[in-house]
Design a protein around this ligand. Structure first.
Ligand SMILES: Nc1ncnc2c1ncn2[C@@H]1O[C@H](COP(=O)(O)OP(=O)(O)OP(=O)(O)O)[C@@H](O)[C@H]1O
Ligand SMILES: [Mg+2]
Length: 336
């Protein structure tokens, strides 16, 4: 990522020279140092050399130009026959509960299992988009244009962001959609129509929802067959879930009769704390078998991976975060 790269570069530049180098400098005889000083000052006023340096800088800037993004037409051909596509929204209007982390890492783990996944970033924050290392400034179109500008979903898909996973990115433009959709015809059905055309091309279509119950979230409730609700195992864990379930019921009655919970996912679990264990027990007590057996542990590696633009199965393939999301992927496949 650009920001981190420059941060690392700055950090390196700020580091003192290594001890061995320092030693050499000290051991040099004084005349030699004087000679070198003279050479250095001569060099300093040599205009030709200065030009050479300038050219070098130009070259290195060219090197850092990001490669153009691939498009759906560049997508690798399918290697298996896709059955019925499941459309699953990853949803909870409570912020920071692990929706985007789950969207990225569950998709990647399913891709690794040989499944074809389309991941739709429906959050103007675009955390899922940047979590796959996509530079938002490079994007000419995003899900906003699909919802409001009649752009086809294929035109915005970034294919193969990791094995088996294609991404429909989001940029900050999407923030306007909540307001602009209000005056549109069939405003709740926009996403359903858009992803509907991709049925049969993917095993799973996941939608990463924003932390609100606005029109974007309603669009995902209408588009989805099922919901994954991540719940953070800490105090106030169930806060807002009742409201979410009410919204689900309203959409179910009026717009999407087959909508249902696919699974409740316990996230950021810290087995050392009584609170985490209590909340996990309480959630299991309330939702019963709807809760996934897999629990996502709290691990710093999961929070670091997005800044490298890669999922946890690549960043820390044998760590507990990767193991958990692989287990979750297997559970999802088994649930059918
Ligand atoms: N299991 C975990 N262990 C440690 N950190 C985690 C874990 N899951 C998520 N995080 C971190 O917690 C923060 C919130 O996670 P995430 O962005 O996935 O939540 P979210 O529900 O998508 O948030 P928002 O509602 O803002 O979209 C992020 O910084 C993420 O890296
Ligand atoms: Mg998010």
């Amino acid at each position: 990522m650009g920001f981190l790269d420059s941060f690392r570069r700055d950090k390196k530049a700020a580091q003192p020279p290594k001890v061995e180098e320092k030693k050499e400098e000290i051991e040099q005889p004084e005349e030699e140092i004087e000679e070198k000083k003279d050479e250095a000052s001569d060099d300093f006023f040599d205009i030709e050399d200065a030009e050479v340096i300038e050219r070098e800088v130009e070259v290195s800037q060219e090197k850092h130009e990001p490669a153009p993004l691939r498009t759906y037409k560049d997508k690798k051909p399918l290697t298996h026959v896709v059955g019925a596509t499941k459309i699953i929204a990853i949803i909870n209007q409570k912020g920071g509960v692990g929706k985007s982390t789950t969207a990225i890492n569950l998709s990647a783990a399913l891709g690794e299992l040989g499944k074809q996944v389309l991941l739709v970033d429906l959050d103007p924050q675009g955390n899922t988009t940047s979590g796959f290392g996509i530079e938002k400034s490079q994007l000419q179109k995003c899900i906003y244009d699909v919802l409001l500008n009649d752009v086809s979903i294929e035109e915005v898909i970034v294919p193969d962001v990791c094995e088996g996973v294609d991404l429909v990115p989001a940029t900050i433009n999407l923030a306007g959609a909540e307001v602009e959709l209000v005056s549109e015809m069939a405003r709740e059905n926009r996403l359903k129509d858009a992803v509907g055309v991709m049925k049969g091309k993917y095993d799973y279509i996941f939608i990463d929802c924003p932390p609100s119950l606005g029109l974007l979230t309603v669009n995902s409730l209408v588009a989805a067959d099922k919901l994954i609700i991540p719940i953070q195992t800490e105090f106030y864990a169930l806060e807002g879930v009742t409201k979410l379930l009410e919204s689900m019921k309203r959409v179910k009655t009026r717009l999407n009769p087959t909508l249902d919970i696919y699974g409740i996912l316990l996230t950021m679990y810290d087995g050392r704390t009584t609170l985490s264990r209590q909340v996990a027990a309480e959630v299991r007590n309330y939702f019963g078998r709807q809760v996934f057996e897999t629990i996502i542990p709290r691990t710093v590696k999961l929070s670091e991976a997005p800044s490298y633009g890669i999922p946890i199965i690549q960043y820390d393939p044998t760590g507990k975060g990767a193991i958990a999301y692989r287990n979750l992927a297997e559970e999802v496949v088994k649930r059918g």
